[in-house]
Ligand binder design. Sequence first.
Ligand SMILES: Cc1cc2nc3c(=O)[nH]c(=O)nc-3n(C[C@H](O)[C@H](O)[C@H](O)COP(=O)(O)O)c2cc1C
Ligand SMILES: C=C(O[C@@H]1CC(C(=O)O)=C[C@@H](OP(=O)(O)O)[C@H]1O)C(=O)O
Length: 391
Amino acid sequence: MMRYLTAGESHGPQQTTIIEGLPANMELVKEDINKELKRRQGGYGRGRRMQIEKDQVQIVSGVRHGKTTGAPVALVVENDDFKHWTKIMGAEPLSEEEEKEVKRKISRPRPGHADLNGAIKYGHRDMRNVLERSSARETTARVCAGAVAKKVLKTFGIEVGGQVLEIGGIKADNVTYNDIHDLQERSENSPVRCLDEEAAEQMMKAIDDAKKEGDSIGGVVQTVITGVPIGLGSHVQYDRKLDARIARSVVSINAFKGVEIGIGFDAASMPGSQVHDEITWDKESGYARKTNNLGGFEGGMTNGMPIVVQGVMKPIPTLYKPLQSVDIETKEPFAASIERSDSCAVPAASVVMENVIAFEVASALLETFGADRVEAIAKNLEEHNRWAREF
Ligand SMILES: Cc1cc2nc3c(=O)[nH]c(=O)nc-3n(C[C@H](O)[C@H](O)[C@H](O)COP(=O)(O)O)c2cc1C
Ligand SMILES: C=C(O[C@@H]1CC(C(=O)O)=C[C@@H](OP(=O)(O)O)[C@H]1O)C(=O)O
């Protein structure tokens, strides 16, 4: 099983990722990861922090001379902002003098963020101890893992793309694309990662308006994965269902409140005859479907059609015109703390979603076809595809 852990505070020294269970002999260079980090940092609507950070990865374990060795891969991205926060974020105990110098404690929780629940749960009267880890800065480390997973997938001809479908109630209309490369290229060329240029303009205006009003907006993003073999995941146990694992990974992204596979919620109001994807077979390509309403999944297993997933991001919780909150020291009503903030991070979050889903799919691929050596996996996959075609 491939798994990963992340560590790191938003204004601490670094973000750290450890990935376990990667095959040996896979080509992996810094650029594979840096390009995803750059995509995550982009997108219209982000705040000033993204001008401070220039995320660059250091590969500190598990790779030698451009190839994985099979050992855990450890990745580090330094937080450039740490230099402004060394006193506040250092690991060493502070003297009384230093304690006084250090910025005020955060005692006014922001509605919508992790501040209050985390403070009560862990007993922190300074909510910075919660804020630092709950910040979506952590998605840098998750994108490091996802970028490596994308490399696994690409090695076996599986491609990941994505787009923004909605921001602040403005929906992309009639979005069509030729193939996954077309989707990748066209979303890359839009500041909001949206294929509908007219809608993209309106989305940017909505972001500007929200910012002017000290407000924030959310949206809907989509991930598409093509070239997936039939049979990743399994119907036999709840925690082996790959669609369920993907759903968990999506809702785990900061500020995500919902997930859909394929037509998702629309299926509720449609008859079965219009929902289920009819099965075809031909000698060349084997089994296929006439439509892909179910987003590539039946029984928790891939059916060979593209994986299609939508995720819903709520508006950013930190508001420059803050909502009402309560000061935990005085119990008096107050306006919530204002921290430097993005006004919309939907385009950036679409990159995060591609990466967390890529990790789940790569992990399922390695479970099915072996995880020791790239060459052996390639052979197993080829044999499986032949088997499935002729079955
Ligand atoms: C890419 C990205 C950037 C974000 N930027 C901010 C931000 O600048 N300010 C903020 O309050 N929340 C931001 N968030 C959302 C919070 O991290 C999130 O709401 C918080 O961790 C609470 O978790 P929950 O919303 O999942 O319940 C961002 C989320 C993502 C995915
Ligand atoms: C640092 C990132 O996003 C941060 C996510 C975030 C939050 O509360 O989630 C709050 C902001 O932090 P700061 O106050 O330091 O600007 C964002 O900038 C990042 O995406 O790399």
